[in-house]
Design a protein around this ligand. Structure first.
Ligand code: HEM
Length: 498
């Protein structure tokens, strides 16, 4: 009796799933929109754990000569934007409809959920307003000595170790962890010199891949409903324990100095001061919220900056003519500066240095896409109106490699950003730090660090390729990561300059 009933139920379920799947699969075709076909389970996201999104996004861009392309995030329709005009509308003009990111770190883990990157309105607006004050020019100036002293330590480290032992991503993660650890939490680290520190153990843990972390990140980015169900966390659990233990002690110390009327020296201090001044009636500055900002600054800042430095130095090793031009510029500036340390003002005026940084960020944008969600139905153009709740991805890396905007895009050509050329770049085709009110809050801080570290290396060392290393265009990208990172260790020869 039971068996036939169960069979009928199963057949009905399969028939229902089939009809749903057919309906879903034809969603974009019915709207007449080009799309990346949906595969069972993953939808269009066939790259997950197989290929870095950087590679996939460029291929989708090249395969579809269209201002937008329909996708499925598992079972949910989403839109990929390939057009600078639509990107501008979403990121800037109609920002009020796209204030939030689609990704979400759920609600069970406050360190992942309350930070500026993941949090939604109204907390985001209140937080961003307060945190912008932490990155003013004056505050950055006070961080300059840190950047300079760590860059000098980096030169000592390079002198102490053999070039072939210095994997670039790891070497630069040591220095960016020290800098951000000190700037955000006031924790002095010596990873730049030794390759290790308690904070570096945390950032190393961030980098470790495991199947569980991979699934957690894919859920946070593309299927956020699963995050609370499986209690996934944005940061590894051991890092959260470290953050909670160490930072709560630090917050207590900052409370003491704020009570004594001292000026905050780091991000934690600035946030504790804000809480004390009761300027934040629109957001509760709980300890969790404060710790969460520290965690995202560390996570969001150390690897993005380290990967940019790694690719920048690697490209310079393979492009000696640009390296020599940069070296001459730095040498001249040093002589004009009476051989004293470069300050940020001087470095920000060096044309070739900044062209090298901008071109590195064009070819290797740490985040190849910008993620938003539509709050209300939204008319993309006369052909397409998307429903409220549709995830949107601006295909930054696709545009960075479009020969229409950047001729010969696979070639490292810093001169694209010479002032006379830069002004001809089509707006919203170059967005390594994102765009609009939700763009990267740390962009000026990271540019300052990039300028100090790169200039210090190039004035002290000539970098050249190691034998048997892949050419930059042949470097494999990390297939387990969602952000851009090399999938293999990159090495160069550091040859001391006379
Ligand atoms: C080369 C280095 C870096 C790159 C390429 C980079 C890139 C980005 C991008 C593309 C976004 C998304 C912007 C958007 O959606 O429009 C972003 C957001 C963010 N970045 Fe960075 N970033 C870098 C360094 C940093 C540093 C050093 C920090 C902190 C000290 C930082 C903190 C953040 C935060 C908190 C957000 C979220 C902002 C918000 O939603 O309001 N980033 N970054």
């Amino acid at each position: 009796m039971m068996l036939p009933a169960l069979w009928s139920l199963l057949i009905c379920l399969i028939a229902w799933l089939y009809v749903k799947w057919r309906g879903l699969k034809s969603y974009w075709a019915r709207l007449g929109i080009p799309y990346v076909p949906a595969q069972p389970l993953v939808g269009s996201l066939t790259f997950l754990q197989r290929e870095n999104p950087f590679t996939w996004l460029r291929r989708v861009y090249d395969d579809h000569n269209s201002p937008y392309v329909g996708l499925w995030l598992f079972q949910r329709p989403a839109l990929l934007i390939n057009s600078p005009e639509i990107a501008r509308n979403v990121l800037v003009k109609d920002f009020n409809n796209f204030r939030d990111r689609f990704l979400s770190s759920g609600s069970s883990d406050p360190t992942g959920a309350l930070n500026l990157f993941t949090v939604n309105d109204p907390i985001w607006t209140a937080l961003r307003k307060r945190l912008s004050g932490v990155f003013t020019l004056a505050k950055l100036k006070s961080l300059q000595p840190l950047s300079i002293s760590k860059s000098n330590e980096l030169i000592q480290r390079i002198a102490m170790e053999k070039s072939e032992n210095l994997s670039l991503r790891s070497l630069f993660s040591d220095i960016t962890t020290d800098i951000i650890g000190a700037a955000a939490f006031g924790v002095a680290g010596d990873a730049t010199l030794t390759g290790d520190s308690p904070m570096r153990a945390v950032t190393r843990e961030f980098m470790k891949f495991s199947l569980h972390r991979g699934i957690a990140w894919c859920s946070i980015f593309f299927w956020p409903e699963l995050v609370d169900i499986f209690r996934f966390t944005m940061f590894p659990k051991s890092s959260i324990r470290y953050f909670k233990k160490v930072f709560h002690i630090l917050i207590e110390q900052r409370k003491d100095s704020v009570d004594k009327g001292e000026d905050p020296k780091d991000l934690l201090g600035a946030l504790v001061k804000l809480r004390k001044e009761k300027e934040c009636e629109d957001v509760v500055f709980s300890d969790d919220l404060i710790v969460s900002q520290g965690a995202i600054f560390l996570q969001g800042g150390y690897d993005t900056t380290a990967v940019t430095l790694a690719f920048g130095i690697y490209e310079l090793a393979y492009n000696p003519e640009y390296q020599e031009r940069l070296y001459s510029e730095l040498l001249e500036a040093k002589i004009n500066n009476n051989n004293s340390e470069f300050d940020t003002q001087t470095l920000s005026e060096l044309v070739h240095l900044n062209c090298v940084i901008k071109e590195t960020l064009r070819m290797y944008p740490a985040m190849g896409w910008l993620d938003r969600i539509a709050a209300n139905d939204y008319q993309i153009d006369e052909k397409l109106t998307i429903r409220a709740g549709t995830p949107i991805y601006v295909n930054v890396v696709g545009m960075h490699y479009d020969p229409k905007y950047f001729p010969n895009p696979k070639k490292f050509m810093p001169e694209r950003f010479l002032p006379e050329n830069e002004k001809t770049i089509t707006p919203y085709t170059y967005m390594p730090f994102g765009e609009g009110p939700r763009a990267c809050i740390g962009s000026r801080f990271s540019k300052m660090n990039l300028q100090h570290i790169l200039s210090r290396i190039i004035i002290a060392y000539e970098v050249s390729p190691q034998p048997n290393s892949p050419k930059p265009c042949d470097v494999k990208m990390e297939k387990h990561a969602l952000f851009l990172a090399p999938g293999e260790n990159l090495y160069v020869k550091f040859i001391p300059r006379k």
